[in-house]
Design a protein around this ligand. Structure first.
Ligand SMILES: [Zn+2]
Length: 328
């Protein structure tokens, strides 16, 4: 049964934040190709590329899908930019806008309260949480869409993140739609304690039920994608794509090096490294993403099947006999 920890109307009187260690991952994730979600990033402004340091007009970036025209670095997109650049115009109908975070633990470190941090972040980002879900289409191919927004507290996976994602998977199942997720995260929402950690199991279970219904989950891993998101639903997708240069891992590279007491390769947690080692299925430039996703949705979606479940006879029929033989 789906738990509903945050009921509609649990409204936006919310809470605050703590020592920031995982709320805003700046210490773990160097602010490389940053998203241009700041007020300072108006179109006439020139900013340096976080990777090649070349000066760039924000307008130039906008026209280039926020990809550096000099070095190809993919800047982060917030949820609304992702919708604008990926989905068909006006095709997005948002779900669960009234599901809002609360402060179940009354979390505070000194004067730094979670409730206050939530309120400030909501005002700054004009989002209610770090997860935006809805129904949309890409080149006419319909899908349920879930987008993690790193600009909202580092897209930490709190209760509302998990709840909205689980509901999106359930709605996709009911409507027989493929689920497309755009993933980024700095980890768990520390301020929600175990309520945050249980989202890993909840989202994975909801998406497993989607798979049982013969519906695909296509995940796009964007920069940075870490912690419980990488360790749960995002990496059990049927197809996993990544944007070029996206950093993907569980714990940060520096932390691993400190614990293992050995130096890791510079590219160890990049999308390209993960592709070379079989972790992702493809690294797709942002300019090609719409077409790639539309093709995958057309191939694996259910639009043409008129509601009939997709089954894979090879998977269903041969697996158990093969296992039985092995045990004999
Ligand atoms: Zn650049």
């Amino acid at each position: 049964m789906k738990e509903r920890l945050f009921r509609r109307g649990a409204h936006g009187g919310h809470g605050a934040s703590p020592n920031g260690a995982e709320t805003t991952p700046p210490s773990k994730f160097k602010p490389e190709p940053r998203g241009l979600t700041d007020d300072s990033a108006s179109p006439g402004i020139i900013i340096p590329c976080g990777t090649c340091k070349e000066p760039l007009y924000v307008k130039e970036l906008e026209n280039n899908l926020y990809v550096c025209p000099k070095c190809g670095a993919h800047f982060r997109l917030n949820a609304r930019q992702r919708i604008e650049y990926t989905l068909d115009a006006a095709s997005f109908a948002e779900w669960d806008t009234t599901v809002r975070p609360t402060d179940p633990l009354g979390f505070a470190v000194g004067d730094d309260a979670y409730r206050a941090k939530l309120t400030a972040t909501q005002l700054k980002t004009d989002e209610t949480e770090s997860m935006v879900t809805g129904r949309g289409a890409i080149l006419g191919e319909p899908a349920a869409i879930a987008i993690a927004d790193f600009s909202f507290m580092g897209a930490t996976m709190g209760s509302v993140f998990g709840e909205k994602l689980a509901r999106a998977a359930e709605r996709a199942r009911d409507a027989r739609l493929p689920l497309l997720t755009f993933n980024a995260s700095g980890g768990a929402r520390m301020q929600e304690g175990l309520f945050s950690l249980m989202q890993m199991a909840k989202t994975t279970a909801a998406i497993a039920r989607l798979g049982e219904a013969g519906l695909p989950h296509i995940a796009v891993l964007t920069d940075p994608c870490y912690g419980g998101v990488t360790a749960s639903y995002a990496t059990v997708a049927d197809i996993m794509l990544a944007e070029p240069g996206a950093r993907i891992g569980f714990a940060g590279k520096n932390l691993i090096e400190q614990i293992m007491k050995q130096r890791l390769a510079d590219d160890v947690q990049t999308a390209e490294f993960q592709l070379a080692h079989g972790m992702v299925d493809g690294v797709v430039h942002r300019r090609d993403l719409r077409q790639t996703l539309a093709t995958l949705l057309a191939l694996y979606g259910t639009r043409q099947l008129d509601g009939a479940p997709i089954t894979n006879p090879a998977h269903v029929d041969t697996r158990e006999p093969a296992l039985a033989t092995a045990h004999d």
